[in-house]
Write a protein that binds this ligand. Structure first.
Ligand SMILES: [Zn+2]
Length: 597
C-alpha cells in the first residue's frame, strides 16, 4: 500500500466463534535500533489498570515481505522489543482474544467485530504522534461504522491522525440497525448492535435529536462535524464510555422497558454526549499527554464526571424528555443515596478524584465506609454550586453559563485546565469568590447543607407523607447492612459505619441463617425486619468463616426509602424567580404527595 500510513494494523477473524483475531502491525521507517511496542494498561475515561494484555499471545515478528523470524523479547507484561535486523520495515503478528463488548476491547463473534482499540492494538514507542491506519478484513456483506475517515477499500481501511485518536475511535463491523439524524444540521449516526427488542425507532431518533440540540444550546455550538452513538445490547451489566466523536454504550436487552429503564438509557446517552465538551475538550492538564502505561492523577475528575452528570439530567429537562417534577424526584433520590454513604464524611471530592483508580473502580466491602463517588457527590455539589451561583447573582450566572465560558476559553482550543485553576475560572466568569464553597464541598468532608441550597429555589427536602402502608414500613427496623443472595441465604456485603450491625459486631461475609431463633432466607430477611421495629433487640445467627455464632443486635431506624422536594412554606419571591429560571417553568413545584410524571 504505497500511500498507507507508516504504522498500520490489519485485523482479521476467519473463525469468529473462537473469539480470536489475528493482527498484523506493519511498521515502516524503522531505524537501526530496536523497535518497542507497548499495549496501554488503561484508556482515557476509564481510570483503572485493566491489564487486558492477557488477551494477547504468540507475538512474532518478521521483515516486511520476507520470511522471519526477527528476534522478539518480552520486556514487561505490556512491552515487547523487536530487533529489526537492519530491515527498514517490519511486521509484528499476534493473536488477540476478544469476547467482551466494552470500550477498549475487541468483541469477535459471527455477528460482528467490534474494535475499540486501546487494549487491542499496541503502540510503537516514540511514534504515537504519527498517523495510524487500521484495516478490517470482514465479510463483504457487513457494513463498517466509525468516525475515522476511510482511506481504502478491500479491506476497509481507516486512518487516525495519531495513536490517541485511533484508540478514541471505536469501529463496529457487522449488520447493525442504523439511523442517521441531523440535529442542528449535523449528521449523527445511531448504530444499534445486538438487535434489542422493544424500542420505538421514531421515538429513539426524536429523543436523541432533542438531547443533542439541548446540549448544543447549552454550550452554544457543536464541537464536531459528525457523531456516532454506538449501542450494544447484551445480557450483562451496562457501561458507557465517551470518545472524541462518538460514544460506546452497552446496555441490557431490557433497557427500553419500563420507562424508568429507558430514562436511564437517555441519561447515560446525554452524559456521554456532554463529554464531547466536558472532559474530551475541557480537560485536566494533569493528564496530558496521557501516559497509558501507569496511573494518571487529577483532582478534577469530580468536575469532569460529576458536573457532566449534573448537566446530563438538566439536558433531559431542557430537551423536554422529563418534566420538572421528575427532575426534582430524581435529584431528591440522589441526595438520599448520598446520605446513606458513611464515606462522605471521610473523603473529599478532590481525594475521591485522585483515588478513582483504587476506590471507584475497585469497589469492595469497605468502599462505602471510607470513600465517596465523585460521580454522585460531584453531581450534587455541582447542583449546589448552580443554586449558589444563581442565588448570589440573581440568576445572571449559573453552572451552565460558567461551563459555556469554560468551553469558550479552554475547551475550544484544547487548553487544559490546571489542577488549581477551576475555582479561579469559575469565579472569574461568575464574578464570585468561590473559595469558601470549594473549601467546604470540594476540598472538605463536612455534611452538605442541601436544605439551604434547595431553599434558594424555594424548595424543601423531606420524606413523603406517610400512608398507612408506608407507616408500617417506617417502623421497620434496620441492621445497617447490605446483603446479597448466596445459596438462598443473605450474605452481608457491607456493614455501614455508625449502624446497628457495626455496633453489634456483624461482619462482611457473614451469612445470616436465623433471625431471633427462626430460620431466615435472603427473601425472608426484609419481611422479618418489617415485623421488628427500631429499638427491638434480636438475635442474629450467622455463619462466619463456616462457624456458627449468634449476635444480639439492637435494631436501628431504617433510613428513609424516599425523599421528596416540594414547595417550601417560606419560599420568597426571589426564590420563586430562581426556580423559574433554573427549571424553566412557572413556580409550581409538585407537592410531595403528588405522583411524578
Ligand atoms: Zn462520564
Amino acid at each position: 500500500m504505497p500511500d498507507g500510513a507508516a504504522i498500520r494494523y490489519e485485523v482479521r477473524a476467519p473463525n469468529p466463534s473462537d473469539h480470536r483475531a489475528g493482527v498484523v502491525l506493519t511498521v515502516d521507517g524503522v531505524g537501526p535500533g530496536p523497535v518497542e511496542v507497548v499495549l496501554p494498561s488503561w484508556i482515557p475515561g476509564s481510570y483503572w489498570i485493566q491489564d487486558k494484555v492477557r488477551n494477547l499471545s504468540d507475538l512474532r515478528a518478521n521483515p516486511t515481505g520476507a520470511p522471519g523470524p526477527l528476534s522478539v523479547r518480552r520486556l514487561a507484561k505490556d512491552r515487547w522489543r523487536v530487533d529489526p535486523g537492519g530491515h527498514g520495515s517490519i511486521e509484528i503478528r499476534y493473536s488477540v482474544y476478544g469476547n467482551e463488548v466494552r470500550s477498549g476491547l475487541l468483541d469477535v463473534t459471527p455477528e460482528h467485530l467490534f474494535l475499540s482499540s486501546g487494549f487491542v492494538l499496541p503502540f510503537v514507542e516514540g511514534r504515537r504522534n504519527e498517523p495510524h491506519d487500521v484495516a478490517l478484513v470482514v465479510p463483504p456483506e457487513w457494513t463498517v461504522h466509525t468516525e475515522l475517515p476511510e482511506v481504502g477499500r478491500h479491506p476497509s481501511t481507516f486512518r487516525a491522525a495519531d495513536f490517541d485518536e485511533l484508540i478514541d475511535s471505536p469501529i463496529d463491523a457487522g449488520r447493525p440497525e442504523t439511523f442517521t439524524i441531523h440535529p442542528a444540521g449535523i449528521p449523527h449516526h445511531i448504530v444499534l448492535c445486538g438487535a434489542a427488542g422493544g424500542y420505538e425507532p421514531h421515538r429513539l431518533q426524536e429523543d436523541l435529536g432533542k438531547i443533542v440540540e439541548a446540549a448544543i444550546r447549552m454550550f452554544g455550538e457543536s464541537p464536531v462535524p459528525g457523531y456516532t452513538f454506538f449501542y450494544h445490547f447484551t445480557d450483562g451489566p451496562g457501561n458507557g464510555l465517551e470518545h472524541a466523536r462518538s460514544n460506546s454504550c452497552v446496555f441490557p436487552f431490557t433497557i427500553f422497558r419500563p420507562e424508568s429503564a429507558y430514562r436511564y438509557f437517555l441519561r447515560v446517552t446525554a452524559h456521554e454526549y456532554l463529554h464531547l465538551y466536558n472532559v474530551k475538550r475541557i480537560r485536566p492538564t494533569a493528564l496530558q499527554p496521557f501516559d497509558l502505561t501507569r496511573e494518571g492523577y487529577t483532582r478534577l475528575l469530580w468536575a469532569m464526571e460529576g458536573t457532566t452528570d449534573y448537566l446530563s439530567l438538566l439536558t433531559l429537562l431542557r430537551a423536554g424528555r422529563i418534566g420538572p417534577a421528575r427532575y426534582l424526584t430524581t435529584v431528591a433520590d440522589e441526595v438520599r443515596m448520598y446520605r446513606d454513604r458513611p464515606g462522605r464524611l471521610h473523603q473529599s471530592l478532590e481525594e475521591s478524584s485522585l483515588a478513582a483508580w483504587v476506590d471507584f473502580y475497585r469497589y469492595f466491602e469497605e468502599t462505602p465506609n471510607r470513600s465517596i463517588s465523585y460521580y454522585l457527590k460531584g453531581d450534587l455539589v455541582s447542583l449546589c454550586l448552580d443554586l449558589h451561583i444563581r442565588h448570589e447573582t440573581a440568576s445572571q450566572h449559573s453552572v451552565e453559563s460558567a461551563w459555556r465560558e469554560l468551553w469558550r476559553s479552554h475547551g475550544r482550543e484544547l487548553r487544559g485546565v490546571g489542577e488549581d485553576e477551576l475555582e479561579r475560572l469559575l469565579g472569574r466568569s461568575t464574578g464570585l469568590d468561590l473559595g469558601r464553597f470549594f473549601d467546604d464541598h470540594v476540598r472538605g468532608t463536612g455534611e452538605v447543607d442541601f436544605e439551604t441550597y434547595f431553599g434558594f429555589a424555594g424548595l424543601s427536602l423531606e420524606p413523603p407523607p406517610k400512608t398507612r402502608k408506608a407507616d408500617d414500613d417506617a417502623d421497620a427496623g434496620s441492621l445497617g447492612i447490605d446483603v446479597e443472595p448466596s445459596g438462598g441465604l443473605a450474605r452481608i456485603t457491607v456493614v455501614r459505619d455508625g449502624g446497628p450491625g457495626r455496633r453489634a459486631g456483624l461482619s462482611p461475609g457473614d451469612e445470616i441463617v436465623a433471625f431471633d431463633g427462626g430460620k431466615v432466607t435472603f427473601d425472608q430477611l426484609s419481611k422479618a425486619l418489617e415485623r421488628a421495629p427500631a429499638g427491638t433487640k434480636v438475635d442474629v445467627s450467622v455463619f462466619r468463616r463456616s462457624r456458627l455464632r449468634t449476635i444480639p443486635v439492637v435494631l436501628g431506624e431504617a433510613p428513609p426509602k424516599e425523599l421528596r422536594l416540594g414547595p417550601a412554606k417560606s419560599a420568597t419571591p426571589d426564590a420563586k424567580k430562581l426556580y423559574e429560571s433554573w427549571l424553566g417553568e412557572a413556580w409550581s413545584p409538585p407537592k410531595p404527595s403528588e405522583p411524578t410524571g
